[in-house]
Write a protein that binds this ligand. Structure first.
Ligand SMILES: *Cc1c(COP(=O)(O)O)cnc(C)c1O
Ligand code: SF4
Length: 360
């Protein structure tokens, strides 16, 4: 599938979901209630009305009605700082295309289903997916700062369950019992939609488990809302015994502005290794020039390209699909034009496979 900060939350609604959606005080019972951080305020101010987005960008008002109709199924959500990186007046802007609901989402297309990955069997405990050897993935929350139109979770916008009183206990118990687990991936939704206090409440007990070596965050927040990279988050990553890996999700070089570059630097200063995953998207990044620029821009920001995912064939996202043959040709072009360390692996997620399928 697609970058796993969105991984499967829809099939395995997180027991921890429904919290920390930028409504402010993000404390769990028993911890102190603090004033909303700046990022939480910015998150609460994210644009959710298609009319506002279209007016802000000086686009044709005829786009409003279809966008509103589609947004009833899967709402529009985009932080203002991300909108500021879009080109006003350009309905084909590659950032806009990722977030603007289009009538095409309503089409039923053969081969595009509601469950393209179908890995229910990987759920081993509430909020825990154990699919690959040595790694587990925790779906920590259902919340995201941005709603990407190609996302898998689009069919289950209300999948959030009430948070359970015992929080992470079942997940931690599962990881504690399996000494083959070397790496714990925090995913979602987006794990950085959780407050720093909630994250610490997960990372700290994981670090107590002697067999766990690494914590990995799959997140889009440092890109769409760079103020999320707080001092407290950096301190958490710097202070933990675990090696930390942050896999961000950038699809187009225009997503990287100076605030994002600063956020990446703070994460690196905290000792995190930074990687990127993208989804190959028609009209966004299905172009060798764009993909080369993406790799170079990421590297300039201290981030290495990791994966380019072929789209999951999810109903409503068919207009983003890039054929495998085209993807392979693009990849060959990257291979000719970039140093090897800037060429991401081209992958697809196959149901039941013991690892991501590497096409290249
Ligand atoms: C993608 C994924 C991982 C991570 O795979 P890597 O190849 O290590 O990046 C782990 N668990 C699940 C369930 C996944 O979907
Ligand atoms: S950030 Fe976008 S792609 Fe990732 S889980 Fe959220 S909606 Fe899906």
């Amino acid at each position: 599938m697609i970058p796993t900060e969105m991984k499967n939350l829809t099939h395995f609604p997180s027991p921890f979901a429904g919290e920390d959606k930028g409504r402010g005080g993000a404390a769990s019972p028993g911890t102190e209630i603090t004033a909303p951080a700046r990022w939480q305020h910015e998150l609460a101010q994210a644009i959710s009305d298609p009319a506002e987005l279209i007016r802000l960008l000086n686009l044709d008002p005829a786009l409003i009605e279809p966008a509103r109709a589609v947004a009833r199924q899967f709402s529009l959500r985009v932080p203002r700082g991300y909108v500021a990186r879009m080109r006003p007046g350009d309905p084909h802007d590659p950032l806009l295309r990722q977030v603007l609901p289009l009538a095409a989402e309503g089409l039923t297309v053969l081969g595009f289903g509601h469950d393209p990955v179908g890995d229910r069997a990987a759920a081993v405990a509430p909020g825990v997916l154990h699919k690959y050897r040595g790694r587990v993935l925790l779906t920590t929350t259902g919340a995201c700062a941005v709603h990407c139109r190609y996302c898998f979770r689009r069919h289950f916008p209300y999948a959030d369950e009430n948070p359970t009183a015992d929080g992470w206990r079942a997940a931690l118990a599962y990881v504690a019992e399996d000494s083959s687990i070397r790496e714990v991936i925090l995913s979602g939704g987006d794990p950085l939609a959780l407050s720093d206090a909630r994250l610490a409440g997960l990372v700290e007990p994981l670090a107590e488990l002697p067999h766990v070596q690494r914590v990995r965050l799959h997140t889009r927040l440092p890109v769409v809302l760079p103020s999320r990279v707080t001092e407290a988050l950096c301190r958490l990553l710097a202070d933990t015994r675990l090696q930390s890996v942050v896999v961000v999700h950038v699809n187009h070089p225009n997503e990287i502005d100076s605030a994002v570059i600063d956020a990446m630097r703070r994460l690196r200063d905290a000792g995190a290794i930074l990687l990127n995953q993208s989804v190959l998207l028609e009209g966004v990044n299905d172009d060798a020039d764009v993909l080369c620029a993406l790799s170079e821009t990421l590297f300039a920001a201290g981030v290495l390209p990791y994966y380019v995912h072929l789209l999951d064939r999810v109903q409503g996202a068919a207009h983003f699909d890039v054929e495998e043959q085209v993807a392979m040709r693009l990849w060959e072009e990257l291979r000719l034009r970039l140093p090897g360390y800037l060429v991401p692996r081209l992958v697809r997620e196959a149901p039941g496979a013991p690892a991501k399928t590497m096409l290249r």
